[in-house]
Design a protein around this ligand. Structure first.
Ligand code: VG1
Ligand code: CO
Length: 575
């Protein structure tokens, strides 16, 4: 067959955000819109393009299959040598990363808007991952964006149509060059990797009834996202029956759920664990890279604590016994709990901007083993994406090793390291009738101009020299400003710079307030306010997070004048 060149028009705003290009499905459905972006991704590969192999798959959301079909047609016409495609177009984000690395491909295209809702009236997204298996770094996404700004045509073979629901390998000749499509089982490679990393035998033992103790009971919720088939395969192998595996069929609209594993959107799981006989609960987001971990009675493990606890117990996991512990990292807004583990163990530690792409270089040079983000992302150098199921298995492996409950693991951890409290809902202020202990306040879909104004006014305030040393008080508690800035980062490996990554107010006692604008929304602006209050007084450790954080939350709200700028009294989501 021969390729065709189709004239197109430029679409503005095809700029990938924190994690790919995310827009409403209706935006992607516009004539040539998706084609343009795919063409730009391929062109950005430069010399690598001709004859390269790429992985393609996504979280199964609406428009995914159409996008796969378009990618096949455009890739074939552009000289790509081979596409490895997940059956039904299904591959979790961690699975894409696994497959890119295992088969040493030049990269992959992930079709997902992650935890954003799906369906004809919701969101879609396209993300490019590089040959290390990680999200494309800024220089690559900038290149893609630049190409979209002047793109005049794309190449396509309009009449290829491949049944991607069937595992098969098809080779055709395109413009005299061979082109192969390999439709693979979506789950195999990933499950194989998990078996190599974890002690499946000891996890299985933990999860079974035995003569001396009853089974450690788990409840896993895939939120109708992509992890269902992976969860099913892995947990069946671990002897967990289907009644403990919930929402494991991927649905195009996630069954109407907002597939984000936090206390607000995974309320079903929280309630089931609160009321049920379970010792442990986990949920994952649409594309499988986020996780939430709960203990008995829905004891909530903040993602920042989850990272710190795994860091402190990494040696219980076979993979790290083999590789050793190279270093730890967290994104800037993530509470600083893991920092203390690094200090105590004399391990390397890195703080990077928000977004998993910033961890990749450190892993590639062998400086980083474990990292995480406050946004329910945890992962290691086994791949180059955060990994929800991995985090869940890591917890189970650690629990099997320590023989303690989730809650006791946390209590013991805080006794050694102190506790980083990470926000909760101040009931009076936000008039929310329920207690939610969380880590972050989101004010979604604000007007962009007001959000920018607010950020500018905070920046002006905190840049004043006299702001340093200022004593900020509320309810008898005082925080002294040690440092304040607009965070910038220089990558220690390639010296690339990322500037304006969020406003930081750092206090003398290690507590912090951070404001940043989200880079994953599909419209409007979302302001994220992060509150991290450090306490090491034994009398405070087990206190209600809500009470402990109230003063700092109030200080942050006053400083930001958030209510004036956003017109909001209450945040949209507290996580
Ligand atoms: C959010 C989170 C960030 C995460 C990103 C992608 O970004 O805050 O920590 O890496 O989503 O996660 P932002 O720019 O909206 O704050 V996922 O599961 O959507 O790949
Ligand atoms: Co995700």
């Amino acid at each position: 067959v021969t390729s065709l060149t189709v004239n197109t028009r430029v679409y503005e705003g095809q700029k990938p955000g924190t994690s790919g290009l995310r827009k409403a499905v209706k935006v992607f459905q516009q004539e040539h819109y998706t084609e343009n972006f795919v063409q730009a991704i391929l062109q950005a590969l430069g010399d690598q393009l001709i004859g390269c192999t790429l992985v393609v798959g996504g979280d199964g959301r609406f428009y995914g299959k159409e996008a796969v079909a378009k990618i096949i047609r455009i890739a074939a016409a552009n000289g790509v040598g081979k596409l490895i495609v997940g059956q039904n177009g299904i591959l979790s984000t961690p699975a894409v990363s696994t497959i890119i690395r295992k088969y040493k491909t030049q990269g992959g295209i992930v079709l997902t808007a992650s935890h954003n809702p799906g369906g004809p009236d919701a969101d879609f997204g396209i993300k490019f991952n590089c040959d290390n298996g990680g999200p494309a770094p800024d220089n690559v996404t900038n290149k893609i964006y630049e190409i979209t700004k002047t793109l005049q045509c794309y190449k396509i073979i309009p009449d290829i149509s491949i049944d991607i629901d069937k595992i098969q390998n098809i080779s055709i000749e395109v413009d005299g060059r061979p082109f192969t499509i390999d439709i693979i089982d979506s789950v195999n490679d990933y499950v194989e990797l998990m078996r190599e990393i974890f002690d499946f035998a000891s996890i299985k033992k933990l999860l079974q009834d035995s003569a001396d103790k009853p089974a450690f009971k788990v409840l896993i919720n895939s939120m109708n996202g992509v992890t269902g088939p992976y969860v099913k395969r892995i947990f069946s192998e671990l002897g967990v029956d289907d009644t403990s595996l919930v929402n494991i069929k991927p649905l195009e609209d996630f069954g109407g759920l907002h597939p984000d594993p936090n206390l607000t959107y995974a309320k079903d799981l929280v309630n089931a664990i609160k009321e049920g006989p379970y010792d442990f609960g986990a949920a994952f987001d649409g594309d499988g890279d986020r996780n939430m971990i709960l203990g008995k009675k829905a004891f909530f493990v903040t993602p920042s604590d989850s990272l710190a606890v795994l860091a402190a117990n990494l040696k219980l996991i076979p993979y790290f016994q083999k590789t050793g512990i190279k270093g730890y990292a967290r994104s800037m807004p993530t509470a600083a709990a893991v920092d203390r583990v690094a200090t105590k163990n004399g391990a390397k530690f890195f703080e990077v901007p928000t977004g998993w792409k910033y961890f990749g270089n450190l892993m590639d040079v062998g400086d980083l083993s474990l990292c995480g983000e406050e946004s329910f992302g945890t992962g290691s150098d086994h791949i180059r994406e955060k990994d929800g199921i991995w985090a869940c298995l890591a917890w189970l492996n650690v629990i099997a090793g320590l023989g303690k409950s989730v809650e006791n693991i946390l209590l013991d951890h805080w006794k050694v390291y102190g506790r980083n409290f990470f926000t909760s809902v101040p009931l009076l202020l936000f008039q929310i009738s329920e207690l939610i202990i969380g880590s972050r306040y989101d004010y979604e879909n604000c007007d962009s101009a007001s959000a920018d104004k607010m950020m500018q006014s905070i920046e002006t305030l905190i840049q004043k020299p006299e702001f340093i040393g200022r004593k900020l008080q509320h309810g008898g508690k005082e925080y002294i400003v040690k440092q304040a800035d607009n965070y910038s980062y220089t990558d220690p490996v390639d010296s690339s710079k990322a500037t304006k990554q969020g406003l930081r107010i750092l206090f003398v006692d290690g507590s912090r307030i951070i404001f940043r604008l989200s880079g994953t929304g599909s419209s409007g602006a979302t302001i994220r306010m992060y509150i991290d209050s450090y306490e090491n007084d034994p009398a405070t450790l087990e206190k209600d997070a809500q009470l402990v954080l109230k003063p700092l939350i109030n200080i942050a709200l006053e400083l930001s004048e958030l209510r004036q700028y956003t017109g909001r009294d209450a945040p949209t989501v507290i996580t």
